[in-house]
Design a protein around this ligand. Structure first.
Ligand code: NAP
Length: 255
């Protein structure tokens, strides 16, 4: 596809597992990318796997910090052809809530919920002007309370509900995808501190997840649970009563 195309997409969390895959697939679709991360060296690795690194731009920002997030917003507001926003950056923490530090727990909510809401609110005039799109990377963790990852599940539940409401509000103006993946082999598990084996049976690749999100976008937007394994997990979440699920998950995830 033409390298002259100026349609630009802001992709947060471009240095991680889903982020790299989004970058690769979006570049194949011809977009120019604003690749966000916190670490230049890690972002450079994303750039290195792209075909037209000279077309794209790196933006560094710690999204749990209001100041750095606002700096990012100001920078992206200068873009002339912003057509897409992918709120992908996020992390979770595994462990007993009463034994954890308060600040990291709040940082999960700041990064996974407050930052997407604030960034979207600031950029929505540009996105509407260009009949653009938003992909909010939520999680199946937002479909049911999760003992020992309580704050992460709460942030993702908030993100899913907000994203779905937005999708209805903005129908006909911009396309919105609410992406709700289950376990996938990215850096997420290591950063959360959760044991690697948990949820292994339901694991899907980043490629499956991102392809499903972009297919949903192509079809006009929607709620997307990607791939057969994640859909199976989602059906289980719907079928099992909450009281039973809470007991099972508390035993399964207990440190
Ligand atoms: N993998 C899964 O099993 C899974 C399942 C469902 C949903 N998700 C969601 O998918 C999204 C992408 O995660 P991933 O699986 O690709 O994990 P990942 O490999 O750990 O990538 C996470 C990305 O988010 C960035 N990030 C994390 N905390 C940040 C902060 N405070 N400020 C700015 N950027 C931050 C990271 O930047 P650095 O490189 O600088 O750390 C990285 O680019 C997340 O929202 C996650 O919740 C993941």
């Amino acid at each position: 596809m033409s390298t002259l195309r100026k349609d630009t997409v802001l992709l947060t969390g471009a240095s991680g597992g889903f982020g790299i895959e989004f970058a690769v697939q979006l570049e194949q679709l011809g977009y120019r990318l604003l690749l966000h991360g916190r670490d230049r060296a890690r972002l450079q690795m994303t750039l290195n796997v792209l075909k037209r690194p000279q077309d794209h731009k790196l933006i560094m920002a710690e999204l749990s910090s209001r100041k750095f997030m606002e700096d990012l917003i100001e920078e992206v507001k200068q873009e002339q052809h912003l057509v897409g926003l992918i709120n992908n950056a996020g992390f979770g923490l595994w462990g007993g809530f009463e034994r954890s530090e308060s600040v990291p727990q709040l940082d999960v909510i700041r990064t996974d919920l407050l930052a997407p809401v604030a960034i979207t609110h600031a950029l929505i005039p540009q996105l509407i002007r260009h009949h653009g799109f938003i992909i909010n990377v939520s999680s199946l963790a937002g479909e049911s309370p999760l003992p020992y990852m309580s704050t992460y599940a709460a942030a993702k539940a908030g993100l899913t509900y907000w994203s779905e409401a937005l999708r209805a509000e903005l129908k006909g103006k911009i396309r919105v995808v609410t992406l709700a993946p289950g376990p996938s082999p990215t850096g997420f598990r290591k950063i959360s501190g959760a044991p690697t084996g948990k949820g292994g049976r339901f694991r899907s690749t980043a490629q499956t997840v991102v392809s499903a999100a972009l297919e949903t976008l192509k079809n006009g937007g929607g709620y997307c649970v990607p791939g057969i394994r994640h859909r199976l997990l989602w059906l289980l979440q719907k079928a099992v009563p909450r009281s039973l699920a809470l007991n099972v998950m508390a035993r399964y995830l207990k440190p």
